[in-house]
Design a protein around this ligand. Structure first.
Ligand SMILES: [Zn+2]
Length: 504
């Protein structure tokens, strides 16, 4: 996400300056997954009643280089969700069935879901959860954003259970809260994090907290989604992943999507959307926005295609066959979702100072946030700072030394806004105020990677970046992993550099 500032730019590049924005029914039975006989690696011992599911439906959404991942990720959650969007476009009912597998080596006595709507200005409720045919009344905490399902029988390591629930959701009709990531406003429905999402279990246990308002809200594992959206026929629907079927009946339409592996499922809808399309190296890029923004949308798609090429060469190929942009009335400039990017409407003008940097940055998140995941609340530098550095590489590769200087100055400028204070980059979002978050995570943090490259030597650094992305693809990276992989590449001790920049 690039959100707590505007970019004030010139000519080719962007000058980023600090700007603090205000923060702020019918539920048919889900269709069961078809079990598949044999896709898991040998380390996986499937539970007989919940064998690994057939993932072939996800193949066409991935470029050939990545299709092999469908035989990996044995522990990835398999979601099947139905959203029923009322005619007013902000009342939603739905149901969700998820196959959850215990990837830990201990038994789990509960499963935790995030109901982010309840801290984003909306309202979401689940009355009961069915676990392997048994009805369980869940507990709510963290301002109703955490739903805990106590299990009568703990899940053993590598065992799977099926949980299903109905939910209802009222979407806020304002963008004053939460940057409008989840909002129905000016005829656009932006539906981020709108389903009960399983929290990450990591070395801290179930990892859940109320996200600080300045950063991204989710921390999620790779999952697979089959999502059906039942909505009024007059709106154009745009979902993560790939549309696999479409039906119309009376005044309604029913559209089904597959997405996976991805860390989230995002949906946008509007009666105003027109679509502009570009094909580039096996990826279909689409921009859904109002028709009078065609020129800006097409210019954004050109930037996106070039950014995919730069990051593809420097890090790894873009994983999916589609990348969709939508314009939304968000207070952020842009927000990343897996295979989708929301761009705020007012910057979608050709030559608009903020457009190129925002698009290049958000496309970079497809590598750093989605493909390589991280705890966005505890280690924001692992997605935001590295994406700023990726954006610097985009401007360097596209415009040479002048591009490098332009974007470098933007990062310097952000840091200068807080007097170039040497505040560590490695703090959780909650430890920064808004100005520090911009200055350190988007300014100093991007510059750290230049220092790292100088320390390692640029040839070794380039190999390290490729290997870092490859080694951590579809997984969660940590600061420790990044440091030890960098040290393994340079055969050097990076502790002094990390002590200067990352940790106090
Ligand atoms: Zn970002």
């Amino acid at each position: 996400m690039k959100k707590i500032f505007l970019l004030s730019g010139t000519l080719l590049f962007l000058t980023l300056c600090l700007f603090i924005t205000k923060w702020t029914e019918s539920t048919p039975k889900p269709i069961p997954f078809t079990p598949a006989p044999e896709t898991a690696p040998s380390t996986y011992t499937p539970n007989e009643s919940f064998p690994p599911t057939d993932r072939s439906i996800y193949k066409d959404g991935l470029v050939p280089e990545y299709q092999g991942v469908l035989n990996e990720l044995p522990f990835a959650s398999m979601y099947e969700i139905k959203f029923n969007i009322a005619d007013d476009l902000y009342h939603i009912t739905g149901n969700e069935t998820v196959i959850y597998t215990n990837a830990e080596d201990i038994e789990l006595k509960e499963v935790k879901f995030r109901l982010f709507a309840n801290i984003l200005g909306g309202e979401m409720h689940v009355d009961e959860v069915t676990v392997n045919d048994e009805v369980i009344i869940p507990n709510y905490s963290l301002n109703d954003s955490l739903l805990t399902v106590p299990l009568k029988t703990p899940i053993k390591p590598k065992e799977s259970i099926t949980l299903s629930m109905d939910f209802n959701l009222t979407v806020p009709q304002t963008v004053e809260l939460n940057y409008g990531v989840q909002a129905y406003y000016e005829d656009v429905l932006a539906l981020a994090h709108a389903f009960p999402m399983i929290a990450v279990y990591d070395d801290e246990g179930w990892n859940a907290e109320i996200p600080p308002q300045s950063g991204d809200v989710t921390y999620a594992d790779m999952s697979f989604f089959l999502v059906t959206v039942d909505a009024p026929k007059g709106v154009t629907l745009v979902g993560s992943g790939r549309e696999i079927s479409r039906q119309e009946s009376g005044s309604r339409q029913m559209v089904k999507y597959e997405a996976g592996p991805v860390r989230d499922f995002y949906l946008a809808a509007s009666p105003e959307y027109e679509v502009f399309t570009k094909e580039s190296n096996g990826v279909t890029l689409r921009f859904y926005t109002r028709d009078y923004l065609q020129e800006g949308a097409e210019s954004a798609l050109d930037v996106a295609a070039r950014a995919i090429e730069v990051y593809g060469k420097r890090y790894a190929p873009y994983p999916y066959t589609e990348l969709d942009f939508v314009s939304t009335p968000t207070y952020a400039l842009g927000i990343e979702y897996p295979g989708m990017i929301a761009i705020t409407e007012w910057i979608i003008q050709p030559g608009e100072d903020y457009l190129e940097g925002t698009v290049a940055h958000e496309v970079g998140h497809q590598w750093f946030y989605n493909l390589v995941g991280n705890d966005q609340l505890d280690d924001p530098w692992l997605d935001e700072s590295i994406t700023q550095f990726a954006t610097l590489q985009y401007f360097t590769d596209e415009y040479g030394q002048a591009g490098n200087q332009g974007f470098r100055q933007d990062m310097e400028g952000r840091w200068a806004n807080i007097g170039k204070e040497e505040i560590p980059i490695g703090l959780p979002v909650k430890d920064y105020n808004d100005a520090e978050y911009s200055g350190i995570i988007y300014g100093r943090g991007g510059l750290f990677f230049e220092s790292l490259r100088n320390e390692m030597g640029s040839e070794i650094f380039d190999v390290f970046m490729k290997d870092y992305v490859q080694n951590n693809s579809w997984d969660i990276a940590t600061p420790k992993k990044l440091k030890s992989e960098a040290e393994a590449h340079c055969g050097c001790n990076l502790t002094p550099l990390f002590e200067k920049w990352i940790y106090p």
